[in-house]
Design a protein around this ligand. Structure first.
Ligand code: ADE
Ligand code: ZN
Length: 324
């Protein structure tokens, strides 16, 4: 079954490109940009990747992004992710980036998107991996900051398919961004949001109702509201679940407690994704394998996870058949 999982064509719908920064590349970029890191070696940095919760991770993750300065840095980051994903037979990826993580420290929006986009175009041409880009608002920052970011995003709408919402879920409910998401939607952008990762099921309901999202990022706490689970099944609302992330951030105690396979068998359109693979110990195949080991699945069930991802993707409807 290892070979089956490795070879299974995969579609990734929940990947923060900044979260694919491996310690080795972080050191290379720090040297290139003359930045001192508070660790002696990539190994020492990797050892610091132990987290009790989402906020503990976010603190280290935003610090890590500081080595990204030039267009070439963003290119190299994205290219490394694509080369790694090719090994896992990822055929399509929809990546997140966090514009404010960079603009807040003086890096131009154009620098960030140009490097990411150029690498993705090269990846499509040379590795055959198709893509979409989603720009996420940091929910711990203000509505005004998100509005300013939306202005930047709209200048690059030829490259960006939609907007998302990430960072600290607790204390920053979906309602804070209703107006921003309405404007994004009116401008023709797709919308997604992190909800029900650390926060309650109510955040999933509110993201669906207030932010008109097309899919829920994480969403594993939906089980706390059985009526919501029924609604997700009926409306075919997909969840972009990130199993290794959920264990690393203590959303579940261990993989045997994870509910993704239970949700799959109930008929929820769950998908498997890597979130921040450099920090959480695994890319797509690692995530599939970790779930499979704790919850053995049939080949049809494993394939269903990929089919769910194709259905939930922003691939043009007329082209989706070619991916199945
Ligand atoms: N930013 C990067 N990874 C995240 C996650 N798992 N939850 C919220 N914000 C994030
Ligand atoms: Zn995420």
């Amino acid at each position: 079954m290892n070979e089956f999982i490795q070879g299974l064509p995969k579609v990734e719908l929940h990947l923060h490109i900044e979260g694919s920064l491996e310690p080795e590349l972080a050191f290379e970029l720090a040297t290139r940009n003359n930045i001192a890191l508070p660790y002696d070696s990539p190994q020492a940095l990797r050892k610091a990747y132990a987290f009790d919760n989402l906020q503990a991770f976010l603190d280290i993750y935003y610090q890590g992004a500081n080595v990204l300065r030039t267009e070439q840095d963003f290119y190299d980051l994205t290219w490394a992710y694509l080369e790694r994903s090719k090994i896992d037979n990822v055929i399509h990826t929809e990546i997140f980036f966090d514009p404010q993580t960079h603009t807040e420290r003086g890096i131009e929006f154009d620098t960030v998107i140009s490097g990411i986009y150029r690498a993705l175009c090269d990846g499509q041409a040379q590795l055959g991996i198709t893509f979409q880009i989603i720009a996420c608002f940091l929910r711990h920052l203000s509505e005004q900051s998100a509005m300013n970011t939306l202005t930047d995003i709209l200048k690059h709408q030829d490259k960006i398919i939609g907007v998302g919402l990430d960072s600290s879920e607790n204390g920053h409910p979906p309602s804070k961004f209703t107006r921003v998401f309405n404007q994004a939607k009116q401008a023709g952008l797709q919308t997604v949001a992190h909800a029900g990762e650390e926060g309650p099921a109510q955040n999933i309901t509110d993201s669906i109702e207030l932010l008109s999202i097309s899919r829920v990022d994480h969403g594993v706490r939906c089980v706390e509201d059985p009526a919501l689970v029924e609604q997700l099944i009926e409306t075919k609302m997909a969840l972009t679940v990130c199993p290794l992330s959920n264990i690393k951030l203590c959303v579940f105690d261990d993989m045997s407690q994870h509910n993704v396979v239970e949700l799959l068998r109930k008929g929820v359109a769950v998908t498997i994704n890597s979130d921040d693979p450099a920090y959480f110990g695994g890319y797509m195949t690692d995530n599939f394998m970790a779930v499979y080991k704790a919850h053995p699945m049939t080949p049809d069930e494993l394939a269903q996870l990929s089919l769910n991802a194709i259905d939930a993707s922003f691939i043009e409807p007329a082209l989706k058949l070619q991916y199945r």
